[in-house]
Design a binder for this molecule. Structure first.
Ligand code: DAH
Length: 338
């Protein structure tokens, strides 16, 4: 065996044991890099030995080549292992910087919008009386918004100044009274529904008007329903909503779909409100026989009462809010107060 070949073989064996111990002695990334360059760099010992393979005797070349590959594998593996070890040590050290005694970061809790809260309060009181929630579309036709509600073609509410019409003749509902018609058209009495929803009017926006706002409609139809039922139900409702001391007053009024009709005022003093003694809060009345006829009910057999109120107005009264626009600006400084 020629001397040069022996020494190549010995050097390869030496490398195989020396390199792993040098790698595992590397205490940090810089030391590791230095060892890597020493063995694996372009002029490192392994590539240098590989170059010598070419000049080895032909009969040894196969055996030496195999050995060289083995050594290369061992050197690479011990480098990788040490690199991994140093990195996870570093990550562990960084984790040690976490101070578990620091207070957590508090997330702001969201809550229901004051209009949603008010709607839910109102609806719940009626649900406890056996009323069921009903809904109807916001895009309506003239039949459900006006004709079936006994509102004649020349009624001012139907004017272009008051109602937003679509090009196809449909309209954005101006009141939730539409839901009365939709429910009666599809259900037989007895009917007890409460219908919250959005309504739209061609109104100039100011502190007390909005082109889009919310109403809650109620309808009770059965046999022998009287004005006493209407008064009893709504008096109970307003005492639940505004407090047991609340007084209500039913003032004669006109609505096309009820006869007789009333506006309801409540005693402002009950809420500690100064200024006016009575505040108007809702409209109501006994369902007009003409409405029953338009939905195919027999007005000789059935009677009923209906009522409607504005959610914004009630929320403003309950919370002493003086500008309706605050509800729609979604400023969290306003909203978080409720
Ligand atoms: N629809 C009326 C409005 O928009 C409110 C109303 C009044 C509804 C009397 C009723 C009612 O059901 O009987 O102002």
């Amino acid at each position: 065996m020629p001397a040069a070949t022996t020494s190549l073989e010995e050097q390869l064996h030496a490398l195989k044991t020396q390199a792993p111990s040098d790698f595992s002695a590397a205490a940090d990334a810089d030391a590791l890099e230095a060892v890597r360059v020493k063995y694996l760099g372009r002029q490192g010992s392994l590539p240098e030995l590989m170059k010598l393979l070419g000049s080895a005797a032909a009969e040894d070349r196969g055996r030496l080549g195999k050995l060289a590959n083995e050594v290369k594998q061992v050197v690479q593996t011990s480098f990788d292992a040490q690199k991994q070890k140093l990195e996870s040590a570093k990550a562990e050290a960084a984790a040690g910087l976490f101070d578990a005694s620091l207070p957590g970061r508090r997330r702001k809790l969201g809550k229901l919008h004051p209009l949603t809260q008010t709607t839910e309060r109102i609806v719940t009181i009626f649900q406890n009386l056996g009323f069921t929630v009903a809904e109807g579309p916001e895009i309506e036709d003239e039949w459900h918004c006006f004709d079936a509600l006994n509102t004649p073609a020349d009624h001012p509410a139907r004017d272009l100044q008051d109602t937003l019409y679509l090009q196809d003749g449909r309209l954005l509902r101006t009141q939730t009274s539409t839901v009365q018609i939709r429910v009666m058209e599809t259900h037989k009495p007895p009917i007890r529904i409460i219908a919250p929803g959005r309504v739209f009017r061609r109104d100039e926006v100011d502190a007390t008007h909005s082109a889009c706002f919310h109403q809650i409609e109620g309808l009770y139809v059965a046999e022998n329903v009287s004005v006493a039922d209407l008064k009893g139900t709504l008096e109970h409702f307003f005492r639940e909503l505004l407090g047991p001391e609340t007084k209500t007053r039913f003032r004669p009024h006109f609505f096309p779909y009820t006869e007789p009709s009333f506006e309801i005022d409540f005693s402002a003093a009950a809420l500690g409100l100064k200024g006016k003694e009575w505040l108007e809060i809702a409209g109501c009345g006994m369902v007009d026989p003409a409405v029953f006829k338009s939905v195919g009910y027999d007005p000789e057999r059935y009677t009923g009462f209906a009522f409607g109120m504005g959610v914004e107005r009630i929320a403003m009264i309950l919370h002493g809010i003086d500008d309706i626009r605050l509800f729609y600006q979604n400023d969290s400084r306003f909203l978080q107060q409720f």
